[in-house]
Design a protein around this ligand. Structure first.
Ligand SMILES: *Cc1c(COP(=O)(O)O)cnc(C)c1O
Length: 433
């Protein structure tokens, strides 16, 4: 088939899937302008693919590593080899990669509570961390928080323009400062996502003041977006979730903690038990999906990134404020769009849901959720519950009605999801294409 036939074929299929001709051609024109950017993403993805492949070959991955263990999980070569592979990819001495780490929040909690002791202080030099960290730290009083163990917390906000407040950070570091937590992704906050280079600048500054402080990076949503990872620029620990980027959509659960050997070991003693550490922890049947997911992760992340950029361009062209904007360089896979109206937010999420491979026939409705002060709408039709490397969107029903969305296991699905969100808004008369 030549190009024209291909286009006609796609247009016809999109039509069958509910995308009108107007929406299709509006999006198609925008895509034409993104060719160069997508090429850059593909090159990064190619290098990261080679990095993953190289780590697998170097560690002599064999068929037997795909087997799992039961019970205590002693001598689980698949698990232990995968941890060496993660350490190679993230350029660290050691790694803990486990299905027993339940989510990103749990990984962060393990890393923090393992490496802090009573009377130590934790510092966030990049403003308030991700919401679920509030209760780990005790910013919101909570059972089992670090605060309950006598670990204090201090925070230095970013400056108005998004820069680090170096003066404030210098003043905040004291003799009790033991660990510094740096969140790479903006998450759902209103601040820029940090590039790996920026994280490096911050860490050098901090280490000059206090060389023995542990610098930990919350790497959620950032893995494989760039060519380098935070431990290459001085971080002592990186932490993330396997139902985001590095699980490649196949890992059914899990998290990782990678970094200096002593800090990773502490984390292992905390996750399992003093005396047991990394030696225990059955992998049951997850090894194949951890390995294969990691293998696919650079490609999957690239697809999600293309989706985010496509959406930024589509919605910016229609006059909405998008964060990051259509041209900005990217350091994570989250895209925010200020839709301005409740109807817009609901229509957007309905489109994402309607485009899903699972539960496409259900209609998301705003609902009250624990931890939120207003109703929230969520769209997700994922193979893995709550997986946000799969195409998903959510937003609180309050001004300025911002939708946060991320993921897409393939670029084509992300593309269709965004087109569908636009289609729903178009049908409601909320946009003019
Ligand atoms: C998702 C996320 C977390 C928490 O991960 P969960 O898996 O949802 O517990 C923490 N920090 C950041 C920046 C995240 O994006």
């Amino acid at each position: 088939m030549d190009n024209i036939d291909n286009n006609n074929c796609a247009e016809g299929l999109y039509k069958e899937l509910g995308i009108s001709k107007l929406v299709y051609s509006f999006c198609d024109k925008i895509l034409d302008e993104l060719t160069k950017r997508f090429e850059t993403i593909d090159r990064v993805s190619e290098c990261n693919q080679l990095k993953v492949l190289h780590a697998m070959q170097k560690n002599r991955v064999a068929q037997m590593h795909l087997n799992g263990t039961s019970g205590y999980g002693y001598n689980d070569d698949g698990r232990d080899t995968l941890e060496k592979i993660y350490a190679d990819i993230f350029k660290t001495e050691d790694a803990l990669v486990r299905p027993q780490i339940m989510c990103g929040t749990h990984a962060l909690n393990v890393a923090l509570s393992a490496n802090l002791r009573p009377n130590d202080e934790l510092l966030s030099p990049v403003g308030k961390p991700y919401d679920t960290m509030d209760e780990i730290i005790g910013i919101r009083p909570s059972n089992g928080s670090l605060a309950e163990y006598g670990i204090t917390y201090s925070q230095v906000d970013l400056k108005e323009n998004g820069d680090f407040d170096y003066e404030g950070i210098k003043n905040a570091i004291n003799k009790r400062t033991k660990l510094v937590t740096i969140q790479r992704s903006k998450g759902y906050a209103n601040r820029p996502t940090l590039s790996v280079a920026k994280i490096g600048e911050l860490i050098s500054f901090i280490k000059k003041i206090k060389p023995d402080v542990i610098c930990m990076v919350d790497n959620c949503y950032g893995e494989f977006v760039e060519l380098t990872e935070p431990c290459e620029v001085g971080a002592d620990l990186v932490v993330g979730s396997l139902i985001k980027n590095p699980g490649g959509g196949l890992a059914p659960c899990g998290g990782y903690i990678a970094g200096k050997k002593q800090y990773v070991e502490q984390a292992a003693y905390r996750l399992s038990s003093p005396g047991l550490g990394k030696e225990v922890g059955a992998t049951l049947g997850v090894n194949p999906s951890f390995y294969q997911g990691l293998f696919l992760a650079p490609t999957v992340t690239a697809g999600a990134l293309k989706g985010a950029i496509f959406a930024a361009n589509v919605y910016e062209r229609l006059g909405f404020k998008v964060i990051p904007d259509s041209k900005e360089s990217r350091h994570d896979i989250i895209q925010a769009v200020e839709l301005g109206t409740k109807e817009g937010l609901i229509a957007f999420c309905k489109g994402i849901q309607a485009a899903a491979p699972v539960d496409s026939f259900v209609t998301p409705e705003p609902w009250s959720m624990p931890g939120y002060d207003c109703d929230v709408i969520m769209a997700a039709g994922a193979f893995v519950q709550g997986s946000s490397i799969e195409l998903s969107a959510d937003g609180p029903l309050k001004e300025p009605f911002t939708v946060f969305f991320q993921g897409g296991l393939t670029w084509y699905h992300a593309k269709y999801g965004i087109m569908m969100s636009l289609q729903k808004m178009f049908e409601q008369g909320l946009v003019n294409v």
